[in-house]
Design a protein around this ligand. Structure first.
Ligand SMILES: [Ca+2]
Ligand SMILES: [Ca+2]
Length: 162
């Protein structure tokens, strides 16, 4: 009988080298407000693809933290409109020797939009999107749109976000 052990020959890989997000300014109200999830994948098996995440640069003043398993980056301080943060995120596998890679997360803080005086209307009253369990991370699920409106609009997801 021959057993084949997986060799750790793949580095964790991020989908992008640089992630850019724009978020409305934040007041210091909450202990943890999510910013973005910077997920990597690894083509090995077992511990060789078991990833953990950390912030290795750009967080000298401790304004951010990352969940080592889910890769969700959150903030815990106030951020003024017009400021900019650049974080370097590292994903490491649990193989021997250990392999890792990094990606950058650029965060631009913008002024919180003022409520529109014109009522906003979605093109559809309901949107139904179907995804399958093997769909890739960071793929488009569907598009929601508004009826014509002259002002810039801000979209937000409310309700249950897992
Ligand atoms: Ca392998
Ligand atoms: Ca690996």
């Amino acid at each position: 009988m021959v057993s084949v052990f997986d060799e750790n020959d793949n580095r964790p890989t991020f989908h992008e080298k640089i992630y850019q997000v724009r978020l409305p300014e934040r007041e210091r109200r909450k202990k943890a407000e999510p910013i973005y999830r910077v997920v990597a994948y690894d083509q090995d098996d077992g511990p060789n693809s078991d990833l953990s995440y950390s912030i290795v640069d750009g967080n000298e003043d401790g304004k951010f933290f990352i969940d080592p398993k889910t890769a969700v980056v959150s903030s815990r301080k106030a951020f003024a409109a017009g400021s900019y943060d650049i974080l370097t995120i590292k994903a490491s596998d649990n193989g021997r020797p250990q392999k890792s890679s990094t990606a950058r997360l650029h965060i631009e803080w913008i002024r919180r939009p003022t409520p529109s005086s014109v009522p906003l209307v979605f093109d559809e009253p309901f949107y139904n999107f179907t995804i399958t369990e093997n769909d890739k991370v960071a793929e488009i699920v569907g598009v929601v749109s508004l009826q014509k409106n002259p002002f810039p609009v801000w979209f937000d997801i409310t309700g249950k976000v897992l």
